[in-house]
Design a protein around this ligand. Structure first.
Ligand SMILES: [Cu+2]
Length: 160
């Protein structure tokens, strides 16, 4: 008899606290409030699987780039570099091609970069989490491995 009463009390306590917690406590696994994931692949054909990404102003985004190719990184590496709106992508790419020592990331132009994933060899993945700009517009991205941008390894993140 005593035990049954204890169980009943415990149950009531559980139900009551369960209801109250919803509004006040931190979000749990039930509500995935993390960044949105955008997956991009690129292989030996020198193409991104995704060339247009849409984002809401200030949205948290994780871009995951996977190199699905087989060629060594020295001849067919891929990266992902997101630039500010209005950047001179041609000029950036040119500077990047000359920056072999830093895996084709032109340190002198880092102020034009909003987010980037380092150069990846075959079967490697890299990711970056960033906050989309709050200003609507077109933000170009590219692979800065020599000649890849020239053959079309590029795209646009549109904030709207
Ligand atoms: Cu590439």
């Amino acid at each position: 008899m005593k035990t049954r009463l204890l169980i009943a009390t415990a149950l009531i306590a559980l139900v009551t606290s369960g209801c109250g917690q919803k509004d006040t406590s931190a979000p749990t696994a039930a509500a995935p409030a993390g960044p949105r994931t955008v997956e991009i692949t690129a292989g030996d054909t020198m193409k991104y699987s995704l060339t247009a990404i849409e984002a809401k102003p200030g949205e948290q985004i994780t871009v995951i780039l996977t190199n699905i190719g087989t060629q060594p990184m020295e001849v067919m590496g891929h990266n992902w570099i997101l630039l500010k709106a209005g950047s001179d992508v041609e000029a950036f790419d040119k500077a990047a091609s000359a920056a072999k020592a830093t895996n084709f990331f032109p340190a002198a132009l880092a102020d034009q970069v909003l987010a980037h994933i380092d150069l990846l060899g075959p079967r490697k993945s890299g990711e970056v989490t960033f906050t989309a700009p709050t200003t609507p517009g077109d933000y170009p991205f590219l692979c800065s491995f020599p000649a890849h941008f020239q053959v079309g390894m590029k795209g646009v993140l549109t904030v709207k």
